[in-house]
Design a protein around this ligand. Structure first.
Ligand SMILES: *[C@@H]1O[C@H](CO)[C@@H](O)[C@H](O)[C@H]1NC(C)=O
Ligand SMILES: *[C@@H]1O[C@H](CO)[C@@H](O)[C@H](O)[C@H]1NC(C)=O
Ligand SMILES: [Zn+2]
Length: 556
């Protein structure tokens, strides 16, 4: 819609309703347009909070802004009591945003600037690159860009109910925003309702107001929002922009606030948006305008849109596993870059999960771990798998059960029970109080000397046996040397023959059982050799139970 010039005050009111700007905004609008702000940045700096105003096509907003300025002339005429008919032949001096070439010494590059001219009619504003948003609100806020974003999301075949749209802007936008604010600060303070820079609508906000609806429409109406309360379902699509041409805009800040831009190891660029914002806060207005032009200078090119990034928040799957093999490590066993065992507990569990959740990676953790040659029997060991960037995140109970079955059937070396989707926080239960928990083991023991049933009796009577365990030799390469106190709560035995018996133990979690049996060259005291007064060794070890009551059991 375009305000057509009529001697009709009703039409004038209508035009005000199209863009809800106030009388006092006029000089500010004019000044912003002259400074090279795009139409949407003008609305932002007028602190206009009406979202629908930003959603109009760029051309419509431009046109309406021109009409708005032109109305000023009419208004003056009316206030001055000039008969209405005269407004059909408006006063001569009008704002026209025209394109004019400026010779910048290069042959094919020309800079387009708006100019105030004395003749001609109000025309749609030129499409020069905005001095503040660097084109983000001009060229990337339309159906075409929404199609590009939704196209990436569709191609990656994510399953989701709600999408979060996030925007990352070049840091220099903050510099330019500040420069523009200083440029109009005086007028704004005097005339407008918005009092502070904080009242200016951020570029990000305006971008989202426009794009969320457009992207949502392209995705068949799936809500596109700024934040999701149910964090476990968060699916975020990130749109980033860069503008190499003006990257150096930020550099003067380093001279003013060197502390704000300390290089760190994992940052290639010290001029992060956070650091730039912090530096701007510290700089006085006087200093800022001395070092950076106000209004900001006109760029030759618009922003470059980065690849659209999709990321679904991790999903956590927990359960308990049994391990029936004495040649299966818990995690891949790689020595000097060479793989020693063909598989591992975590890979066997994670593989079906990765493919079902269509996740990009995983992180496995468990309540303790067993050695490669130790079986885990009984109810199994609690574990949790973080599935990173899953393309599918929701599974009902029956589907989770099918997953469990798929894991069970994939190998006879492991089994899984109580499989369930849990929250990130719930995973903490697995690790908390781990040291205080009780674990039960059974071991096959060899003795050097002949033994009889009676020799074993006293082990059964030994309760709450305190051990001092120096870090075992076999783990010393990856654990610090320390002496740990552990308790063996109870032991029971089953005599097999003169050199063999079964030993069942209930111990504090973290007790090194093998070392208790063979003594680890006296590093564990007391040990089974001391107690039986003969050399002993451990031939087989099984974990019988891990008494961690998480995750909760799932009824079959
Ligand atoms: C894997 O999980 C553990 C704890 O569960 C955490 O400390 C670690 O940072 C995670 N690693 C990665 C790469 O996410
Ligand atoms: C998987 O194996 C465990 C342990 O044997 C069993 O408790 C569970 O019911 C099995 N689950 C399925 C779905 O096969
Ligand atoms: Zn702009």
């Amino acid at each position: 819609m375009r305000f057509t010039r009529q001697s009709n005050s009703f039409a004038i009111i209508l035009s005000y309703m199209m863009l809800p700007l106030k009388e006092n905004d006029r000089p500010i609008v004019k000044k912003l347009l002259e400074a090279g702000c795009c139409a949407r940045c003008v609305l932002r700096f007028c602190c206009l909070e009406v979202q629908s105003a930003y959603r109009k096509s760029y051309e419509d907003i431009s046109r309406e802004l021109c009409d708005f300025i032109r109305d000023a002339e009419n208004k003056v005429a009316q206030v001055a009591g000039v008969p209405e008919q005269l407004t059909e032949d408006p006063p001569s001096k009008k704002i026209k945003l025209d394109t004019a070439k400026i010779d910048d010494q290069s042959e094919d590059e020309s800079v387009l600037v708006p100019t105030v001219t004395d003749q001609g009619n109000a025309e749609p504003m030129d499409s020069d690159v905005c001095v503040v948003c660097l084109g983000v609100l001009q060229d990337f806020c339309d159906e075409a860009h929404a199609t590009k974003i939704s196209g990436v999301v569709k191609a990656e075949n994510y399953q989701f109910d709600t999408m979060v749209l996030s925007v990352s802007l070049p840091a220099q936008l903050s510099v330019r925003e500040h420069s523009c604010w200083l440029h109009i600060k005086k007028e704004v303070r005097e005339k407008s309702m918005c009092l502070d820079k904080d009242d200016v609508i951020p570029v990000k906000e305006a971008f989202k107001w426009i794009m969320q609806g457009l992207v949502s429409k392209q995705l068949g109406g799936i809500p596109v929002v700024t934040k999701i309360s149910r964090q476990t379902e968060q699916f975020e699509v990130g749109v980033g922009f860069t503008h190499p041409e003006t990257d150096s805009d930020c550099h003067f800040l380093a001279g003013i606030c060197p502390d704000c831009f300390r290089p760190t190891k994992n940052k290639q660029n010290v001029f992060t948006r956070m650091a730039v914002v912090k530096a701007i806060e510290k700089v006085s207005d006087e200093k800022f305008v001395k070092k950076f032009p106000c209004p900001p200078p006109r760029p030759a090119s618009k922003c470059i849109a980065q690849d659209v990034q999709c990321l679904h928040v991790s999903v956590f799957v927990a359960g308990r596993y049994n391990k029936f093999s004495r040649t299966l490590p818990q995690t891949p066993w790689v020595i000097d870059g060479e793989r020693r065992m063909e598989s591992s507990v975590e890979e066997l569990i994670a593989a079906p999960l990765l493919s079902s959740f269509r996740a990009e990676g995983f992180n496995f953790s468990s309540s303790g771990r067993e050695d490669v040659d130790v079986r885990t029997l009984g109810n199994g060991r609690p574990f949790a798998v973080e599935l990173q960037n899953p393309h599918r995140a929701r599974f009902n109970k029956a589907e989770v059960r099918q997953l469990q079955e798929a894991i069970n059937q994939s190998s006879d070396k492991i089994r899984v029970r109580d499989l369930q989707i849990v929250s990130r926080d719930a995973m903490g239960h697995m690790k908390e109080g781990e040291e205080d928990k009780t674990k039960s083991y059974s071991a096959l023991i060899w003795t050097h000397k002949d033994i009889s049933k009676d020799d074993l009796m006293f082990l059964e009577e030994t309760k709450e046996l305190k051990l001092a365990q120096k870090t075992p030799l076999r783990v010393l390469h990856r654990r610090p040397l320390a002496v740990r106190e552990r308790v063996i709560h109870t032991m029971s035995t089953r005599f097999l023959d003169a050199h063999h018996f079964h030993l069942a133990l209930r111990t504090q979690a973290g007790t090194y059982i093998k070392e208790f049996v063979h003594g680890d060259f006296g590093r564990t005291k007391p040990n089974l050799c001391d107690l039986l007064k003969t050399e002993t060794d451990i031939l087989e070890l099984d974990v019988e139970s891990v008494d961690v009551d998480w995750p909760p059991p799932i009824p079959e």
